[in-house]
Design a protein around this ligand. Structure first.
Ligand SMILES: C=C(O[C@@H]1C=C(C(=O)O)C=C[C@H]1O)C(=O)O
Length: 126
């Protein structure tokens, strides 16, 4: 971390099947890409918050990361996404808060891109 760094937050989301394998691999993929794409190191992360839709109950996303050997000293927090009629099913969402030198680029994967069509082509700040 440099002295000029400031606090940023960046979003991500991924669609999963309701299995241990699917949630495990998709959450790991999303977290890894968010870090890689935004040049964020785990030591610069303040916290990672997840929500899950109620139709995903096979694996906690925080557990998924730890099982994959990631985020071992990052504070993680998981909560239920509010149920909204007509909302996209089987989505894990991430809010990553970190210190860095620039606003992050959001990552939406495996169908979750449809949640934010306005972000296609956008590079930073959400
Ligand atoms: C559209 C999304 O789903 C919902 C809407 C959000 C928004 O409008 O910013 C953020 C989180 C979700 O509760 C998303 O995850 O991006």
């Amino acid at each position: 971390m440099n002295t000029s760094d400031r606090l940023y937050a960046v979003r991500g989301a991924v669609c999963c099947e309701n299995t241990v394998e699917s949630i495990g691999s998709r959450v790991s993929e999303l977290y890894s890409l968010l870090l890689a794409q935004n040049s964020v190191s785990e030591c610069d992360i303040v916290s990672v918050q997840f929500t899950m839709t109620a139709d995903l109950d096979a694996l906690n996303p925080a557990t998924a990361l730890r099982k994959a050997g990631m985020a071992s000293s990052v504070p993680l927090f998981a909560a239920a996404e509010p149920f909204i009629r007509g909302g996209m099913p089987r989505v894990v969402r991430i809010l990553l808060t970190y210190y860095g030198s620039r606003a992050g680029s959001p990552v939406y994967l495996h169908g979750a891109e449809k949640l934010r069509p306005d972000l296609i082509g956008a590079s930073a700040g959400v």
